[in-house]
Design a protein around this ligand. Structure first.
Ligand code: 5GP
Ligand code: SF4
Ligand code: MG
Length: 465
């Protein structure tokens, strides 16, 4: 998901709509905006579909007045049951002591089922099936005297990954979980301030980058300035390494590193680790593009657009049902036949999850008369589900959970298949000596199976580490 918030500018909701548009790659199912204005109080709008289609009408934006607004773009993740209902679309808003608050959350709360049971037993009335709603109820029950203190109280009970943008009537609040699994940045817009999942959402509204919110930090912003709090016991940060590989936009800066340059470096590492003779290096667009450029630069094999993407389709993986996902690849990608015929082709993609994408692409490439197909993948085999806010399927659907690399190659029917090593990936994100096995610098659970936060709800449902 993507989160965004603005304080201290006129018509804040308009900026939020633009910011969410820049974060659309983080969630395409639905979006929501909550604003606050002295006269109108809290106002909210939730819509299915792309922000550019749903939050542009002047009449809708006029219903969201005020100098303070937050928003969210959603895609459903682990734990969510089937299709999103409109009641599950964030931000969540609740009125309770001291005027209430609205909250937008990116990540996944790993003990949400247990918290929900407890809260319901004690009388809370849930409006949605979302894990994030727990936070509002915990805040409403807290005995603290200010909303930021209630939020600290609530978040100390919550486990898992959370980057949060929240608002009261007068304050904009940003929080990252103690490991800092998901990103969150702070920016400046005129006299006002901005919180956003990624820097690309600051760029779109011309906001300046101030800094990242630190892992375990809570910032409380109002007209007087920015206060920084440390509500949690400090831990070693474990940022999601897959944000660098796939999830973030290539024009964003994460931890001081250009996502584009990291992806190009991954391609270079791949070319060193897994060279192969071929005539062309082609990306699987768009997510494989920077890594393919890196592979081409390192290997000297020409880069070419062997697969053309229809720009009007969304990200395949995020379509919620298996059936649409299966069709999706063909709806979105087509082979550039004239270029491929008779050539040995290296295809670079960011990840293999179910293998659906790679399978379809291989068929299309061979159909077009390629002499050989070699897959090079910019992440290690995805053998474990993510429980921290990225939508991976159950373990039994992950190709790498049940097959060796050679079995996957045979299953996909390609001439070769190689993944970047975990150490190679760490080098590409700037860790010169690779992964520190005792204290891994990132979360890499979907590749290593080492979960930095115990996925308590999933274990209760029978998941085995
Ligand atoms: P598969 O078709 O193997 O199930 O999925 C791999 C494709 O899904 C890749 O092309 C990748 O770009 C895309 N993808 C989209 N979202 C995600 C995600 O959240 N996780 C992973 N691993 N891949 C994703
Ligand atoms: Fe990121 Fe993978 Fe960790 Fe999920 S499990 S937070 S995708 S590194
Ligand atoms: Mg892709």
């Amino acid at each position: 998901c993507g989160v965004f918030g603005v304080i201290g500018v006129a018509d804040a909701a308009n900026f939020v709509a633009l910011g969410l548009h820049a974060l659309q790659h983080r969630g395409q199912e639905a979006g929501g905006i909550v604003s606050h204005d002295a006269q109108a109080g809290f106002q909210s709008a939730r819509r299915f579909g792309y922000v550019r289609d749903t939050f542009t009408s002047a009449s809708l934006m006029e219903t969201l007045p005020g100098p303070l607004a937050i928003g969210h773009v959603r895609y459903s993740t682990a734990g969510s049951k089937g299709q999103t209902a409109i009641r599950d679309v964030q931000p969540f808003f609740g009125e309770f002591a001291m005027g209430g608050a609205a909250i937008a959350h990116n990540g996944n709360i790993t003990n949400a089922d247990a918290l929900r049971r407890e809260l319901i037993e004690r009388g809370s009335i849930f409006q949605s099936s979302s894990d994030s709603e727990c936070i509002i109820h915990l805040m409403a029950r807290s005995l603290q005297r200010t909303i930021p203190e209630r939020m600290e109280d609530a978040l100390r009970r919550v486990e898992g990954a959370f980057s949060i943008v929240a608002m009261t009537r007068t304050k904009l609040i940003g929080v990252r979980d103690p490991l800092g699994v998901r990103p969150l940045v702070l920016g400046q817009l005129g006299d006002g301030h901005v919180l956003a999942s990624e820097t690309c959402a600051l760029d779109i509204i011309g906001a300046g980058f101030i800094r990242e919110i630190e892992p375990g930090e809570m910032v409380v912003i109002n007209a007087d300035g920015i206060e920084s709090h440390r509500p949690f016991r400090p831990k070693r940060p474990r940022f999601c390494i897959f944000e660098h590989v796939y999830f973030s936009r290539p024009d964003s800066i994460l931890g001081g590193r250009s996502v584009y340059e990291t992806r190009e470096a991954i391609g270079r590492e791949l070319a060193k680790e897994a060279p192969v003779e071929a005539e062309l290096v082609c990306p699987v667009p768009d997510s494989g593009t920077p890594a393919a450029i890196g592979y081409s630069l390192q290997s000297g094999i020409p880069y070419a657009m062997g697969i053309i993407r229809n720009q009007y389709m969304g990200r395949t993986f995020i379509e919620p049902t298996e059936q649409i996902r299966n069709m999706g690849v063909r709806l979105k990608l087509n082979v550039n036949r004239a270029l491929i015929r008779g050539k040995r082709v290296i295809l670079v993609d960011d990840s293999v999850v179910r293998g659906t994408t790679s399978q379809k692409i291989k068929e299309m490439i061979l159909d077009a008369g390629a002499a050989e197909v070699h897959f090079r993948i910019a992440s290690p085999p995805t053998a474990w589900p993510c429980f921290y806010g990225v939508d991976t399927p159950n373990r039994d659907k992950l190709l790498a959970a049940t097959m060796s690399e050679e079995e996957m190659r045979a299953h996909l029917g390609v001439d070769s298949l190689r993944f970047i090593s975990l150490d190679g990936l760490y080098r590409a994100v700037g860790e010169a000596t690779g992964r520190n096995a005792d204290h891994p610098q990132y979360c890499d659970a979907c590749f290593s199976g080492e979960y930095p936060v115990e996925p308590a709800d999933m274990i209760e449902k029978g998941f085995r580490l």
